[in-house]
Design a protein around this ligand. Structure first.
Ligand SMILES: Cc1cc2nc3c(=O)[nH]c(=O)nc-3n(C[C@H](O)[C@H](O)[C@H](O)COP(=O)(O)O)c2cc1C
Length: 305
């Protein structure tokens, strides 16, 4: 059999294969370049970027749990100007779409960021984080309420011509309601899921293990929740989905694709195996060959019958 076609298109973002990185787990790419040929990735989603640099939350802000980690980084990042001046020129050496994850404290912050990034060449799309559980203002305050979420999306869409991917939180009663609200407001694609709000206690200190008390749970522990969310939203809406949450192997990624994801993002697995992304791309290709599938499109949503 000739090589299967792995290329996908997420709302106009053309990817040579369906595998991207999950924001916040791959920095701006340079840390992973010694391990991974970035040209092989379908796309890169960079660390959450805000208008001004942010220090993030106090330490400790990562705790290991049996099948994942809890993090309360709090969107530490060097700010959008640093991204444009330093990180983006570095990434532009590579042949891959750069998707910028943006976050703000107000609707205006999101719109200003979108307008700023619209001016610079080399950005393929925006991922709008309205779902971070670790920041007091913004973050989940927008992502948990359909009206506020829609207001952010409308403001971003009004400020950019780039494809807009909206990142949803699982920490809501109905992720389908949120998805409907942001698609109605103009979202071109959805990514899901962000972390699940969780907590751990250090029993010797008799105190919460994270300085921030609560944090976001990621890794294999959340995969069934994430696959369910992708399944439900695919069933309800016709919009491209980037699926993520606990993907470690190619088999995990294929679960998301069959649930309805057009592309997948690898997050916590990068901390365990820095080559996780490329291992997963190779595994998907092997699976297609073994199953006699010539094009990945045949598998998108294939579990819905
Ligand atoms: C350390 C860490 C930092 C993260 N930072 C961000 C971020 O800046 N913006 C964002 O939208 N999501 C962020 N996330 C969420 C991930 O992008 C992803 O949605 C989540 O971890 C689920 O995928 P996983 O189980 O494969 O890690 C972060 C996750 C981790 C573990």
């Amino acid at each position: 059999m000739t090589k299967p076609n792995l290329a996908v298109d997420v709302a106009g973002i053309r990817m040579k294969n369906p595998v991207t990185t999950a924001s916040g787990t791959f920095g701006f790419g340079s840390e992973y370049a010694p391990f991974v040929d970035l040209n092989r990735l379908g796309a890169i989603v960079v660390k959450g970027t805000t208008l001004l640099p942010r220090q993030g939350n106090p330490l400790p802000r990562i705790v290991e749990t049996p099948a994942g980690i809890l993090n309360a980084i709090g969107l530490q990042n060097p700010g959008v100007n640093h991204f444009i001046e330093v990180a983006l020129p570095y990434l532009r050496q590579f042949d891959l779409p750069v998707i910028v994850n943006i976050a703000g404290d107000t609707v205006e912050d999101y719109a200003t960021l979108a307008a700023r990034l619209d001016e610079v060449p080399g950005v393929a799309g925006l991922e709008v984080n309205i779902s971070c559980p670790n920041v007091k203002k913004g973050g989940l305050a927008f992502g948990a309420d359909p009206d506020s979420a829609a207001a952010v999306v409308r403001a971003v869409k009004g400020a950019t011509r780039l494809p807009v991917v909206v990142k949803l939180s699982p920490n809501v009663t109905s992720i389908v309601r949120l998805a409907e609200a942001v698609v109605e407001a103009g979202a071109d694609a959805l990514s899901m899921i962000n972390t699940l709000l969780g907590m751990a206690i250090d029993i010797r200190r008799r105190r919460p293990a994270l300085a921030n008390v609560m944090g976001g749970l990621s890794g294999p522990a959340i995969r069934p929740v994430a696959v369910r969310a992708v399944w439900q939203v695919y069933q309800a809406l016709k919009v491209p989905i980037v699926g993520m949450g606990g993907i470690v192997t190619a088999e995990d990624a294929l679960e998301f694709i069959m649930a309805g994801a057009t592309a997948v993002a690898v997050g916590t697995a990068n901390f365990i195996n820095p080559r996780a992304t490329t291992d997963i791309i190779e595994g998907i290709e092997r699976f297609l060959v073994e199953e006699g599938v010539s094009d990945i499109q045949e598998l998108i949503g294939a579990a819905h019958m």
